[in-house]
Design a protein around this ligand. Structure first.
Ligand code: FES
Ligand code: FES
Length: 161
């Protein structure tokens, strides 16, 4: 099957098998290894990407499904100014994700603070629980999200709240 989509700002076209998952295409065909294969059944969150701006699990998406869509992986996101907000937020919180979960935590944070510029406890719960990390405390990850949101609000609106 032929699939065309916008990947990190570049038009991308390739042939895929009907049963191929997006994570396989990203990692094997396109050498974008930021989305990590963890459980491969939609639980751990490590394979997160943005699909048309929505946080999505690339292990659960058939590759053909992204035809005419916009896909952003951590590699593309790191080129944006939005990434810098999150980098600063994590630094302020003293949160240093490992290589396995970093891309998922960054994209999850972006999704959380884009949909909820002042994230409430429900948003923080959903974001923290979206990535199955057993080695960072809830407080540290949620603080990283809150600080990232502060940085984003200040950059966009010149204020913290
Ligand atoms: S690899 Fe675990 S949710 Fe995709
Ligand atoms: S899984 Fe990466 S810091 Fe916990």
């Amino acid at each position: 099957m032929r699939v065309s989509f916008l990947l990190n700002g570049d038009k991308t076209t390739l042939n895929v098998q009907p049963n191929t998952r997006l994570i396989e295409v990203l990692r094997k065909d396109l050498a974008l290894t930021g989305a990590r294969p963890g459980c491969l059944y939609g639980t751990c969150g490590f394979c997160a990407i943005l699909l048309d701006g929505e946080l999505s699990l690339s292990c659960m998406i058939p590759a053909f499904r992204v035809n005419n869509c916009v896909v952003t992986t951590i590699e593309g996101f790191m080129e944006t100014r939005d990434f810098r907000d999150i980098e600063i937020g994590f630094h302020r919180a003293g949160s240093v994700p490992c290589k396995f979960c970093a891309s998922a935590k960054v994209l999850t944070t972006h999704w959380a603070i884009t949909s909820h510029p002042t994230p409430d406890s429900d948003t923080l719960n959903r974001a923290v629980n979206a990535v199955q990390c057993r080695c960072t405390s809830y407080a540290r990850f949620s603080n990283a999200i809150r600080y990232s949101a502060e940085v984003r609000r200040k950059r966009l609106h010149g204020r913290k709240r």
